[in-house]
Design a protein around this ligand. Structure first.
Ligand SMILES: Cc1cc2nc3c(=O)[nH]c(=O)nc-3n(C[C@H](O)[C@H](O)[C@H](O)COP(=O)(O)OP(=O)(O)OC[C@H]3O[C@@H](n4cnc5c(N)ncnc54)[C@H](O)[C@@H]3O)c2cc1C
Length: 484
């Protein structure tokens, strides 16, 4: 099919202003926040309704062209990168909040609504959308759903999956379905659960009913400073073991402190090897007692200082430093590779030691800023990608972190998804049986593998091949122990 024919047909569906085909403008869409892999889209469309998305998807199916859903492109695993070309469907213009239904504790919105703007919109009602990725000022709820995103406050409130009540989505054949109406009770298969975390590979979310979470009456924030990262990490498990559930438990190590200290005028001492950010929230009554109990655990674990944020402005300053710490890495190196793995909380001290070992082995500095309460590590490997040796060492160091995390009983992604970045590591975690079961599910939605192809499933053994294993009875049995 000639390119011009595709563009003309798309313009008829979304209007001339809804199509981006200029090569310079297309470059904006050739990657997400992970620039290790890049792919050029044939064209980008900016629909405003589910019907337009359906029209685009039907057209793509007719022409056999891939569809790549895209929110804000802040993903860190190449999920929105058009690795095999195709039509990028941007939800940037599907940004309306459609209904706030406080009586039923739910809000209906389009997928391109920015996470931060949704919570701000809900504030006057006394509510928030609880998942708060550090990228929340840019990322969309559609991207949050597709990646099942987390955030600092997900320790207490749960990750995105706990907040999605039902979605409208366009399936790969163009059909528009609802997976639920936002009512708490569900019958039949949990399709909302299937689409959450599916990274745009089984459909495009065009609207969602999301759960409203009450804003807490009061909040307290402290920064506890430790002479070692192991001490800060051990404190996290002991706080939880003590029966406390803070709203957030986040760690920044010495390098991360160095990156944010001046920028946010935190005035943290150089001898601190780690800062543990603790937030407790709830009713005003008794909150100071709770904070005192939690900080007592810090002191018992060798904290060298505990600094409360005394005003709302100080709380915001500490949180800004934490949430913008990745951006501050530009002060330390031209490029960073942010790894996202999870280990059981009790394995954090050992795992952090191993991250230090990996840093020395590959001769690359590694900063750490992470959701410690969830055991969700974010080693940030600092390097210069113009130097091929550093590039290679960064990749090997990332593999090392993933291997250590799996050895400790963890997983290879806490919240950033698999995308392109981690697809080849899936075999470290899943057997052929596991992967074939996932591929079978994927194929029942997308038999022609046109929705965000080349993602999630390992390259050497693509989704179609894995699904065929399941269908092929005998071959399946004999290959059962093949990939491990
Ligand atoms: C500085 C920084 C900090 C971050 N901090 C966090 C954090 O704390 N927690 C966290 O979880 N993540 C974090 N991230 C990663 C990222 O912001 C999240 O994964 C976010 O949810 C992605 O949203 P997005 O709108 O940018 O999606 P995109 O990057 O555009 O897309 C992400 C995936 O979702 C799919 N997708 C997008 N919209 C739809 C849709 N409507 N229907 C179906 N599929 C869709 C895409 O195909 C892709 O696979 C961070 C990123 C950065 C750059």
């Amino acid at each position: 099919m000639p390119h011009t024919q595709l563009i003309d047909d798309l313009k008829r569906i979304v209007g001339p202003n809804g199509v981006v085909a200029n090569p310079d403008a297309l470059m904006t869409y050739d990657a997400d926040g992970c620039v290790m892999d890049i792919g050029e889209p044939q064209v980008v469309v900016l629909p405003t309704t589910a019907e337009q998305v359906s029209g685009v998807v039907r057209l793509a199916a007719r022409y056999g062209v891939p569809i790549v859903p895209r929110g804000a492109g802040t993903g860190l695993s190449g999920g929105a990168t058009p690795i095999t070309g195709g039509i990028v469907v941007s939800t940037a213009r599907m940004d309306r909040i459609l209904q706030v239904d406080t009586r039923n504790g739910r809000v209906l919105c389009q997928p391109g609504v920015i996470n931060w703007e949704l919570s701000n919109y809900l504030k006057p009602y006394g509510y928030q959308f609880a998942p708060d990725p550090s990228s929340q000022k840019a990322c969309t709820v559609g991207g949050n759903i597709a990646n099942n995103s987390g955030g600092p406050h997900c320790l207490k409130y749960g990750i995105t999956a706990s907040h999605v009540l039902g979605v409208e989505m366009v399936l790969p054949d163009g059909q528009i379905i609802w997976t639920g109406e936002g009512a708490p009770a569900l019958s039949g298969y949990d399709l909302t659960g299937v689409v959450t975390g599916s990274e745009g590979t089984i459909g495009l979310v065009t609207a969602a009913w999301l759960k409203l979470t009450r804003l807490p009456e009061a909040v307290r924030v402290v920064l506890a400073l430790f002479p070692t990262i192991a001490g800060a990490s051990a404190t996290v498990s002991q706080v939880i073991a003590g029966g406390f559930l803070p709203a957030a438990l986040e760690i920044m190590d010495r390098l991360a402190i160095k990156a944010v200290n001046d920028m946010y005028r935190l005035g943290l001492p150089e001898q601190a090897d780690a800062a543990l950010l603790i937030e407790v929230d709830g009713v005003e009554d008794g909150l100071d007692d709770l904070l005192a109990d939690v900080t007592a655990v810090c002191w018992r674990n060798g904290a060298i200082d505990v600094r409360p944020a005394r005003t709302l402005a100080e709380q915001n300053q500490v949180w800004a430093a934490r949430k913008n710490a990745f951006g501050a890495m530009g002060r330390l190196a031209p490029t960073y590779y942010l790894v996202d793995t999870v280990v059981p909380r009790t394995r954090l001290p050992y795992t952090m030691e191993q991250v230090g070992r990996i840093s020395a082995e590959y001769r690359l500095p590694i900063a750490n800023v992470f959701h410690a309460g969830d055991g969700n590590l974010h080693p940030i490997i600092l390097f210069d990608r113009r130097d091929s040796s550093q590039n290679q060492r960064a990749l090997e160091a990332a593999t090392g972190v993933m291997q250590v995390s799996i050895e400790q009983g963890g997983v290879i992604s806490g919240e950033h998804g698999i995308g392109v970045e981690k697809q080849d590591y899936m075999t470290l975690l899943f057997s052929t049986d596991d992967l074939a079961a996932m591929a079978g599910l994927h194929q029942s939605f997308d038999p022609n593998d046109l929705f965000n192809p080349g993602k999630v499933f390992p390259k050497g053994r693509g989704c179609g091949e894995l699904a065929a294993l399941r269908r092929a009875g005998v071959a399946w049995e004999s290959l059962k122990h093949g990939v491990n």
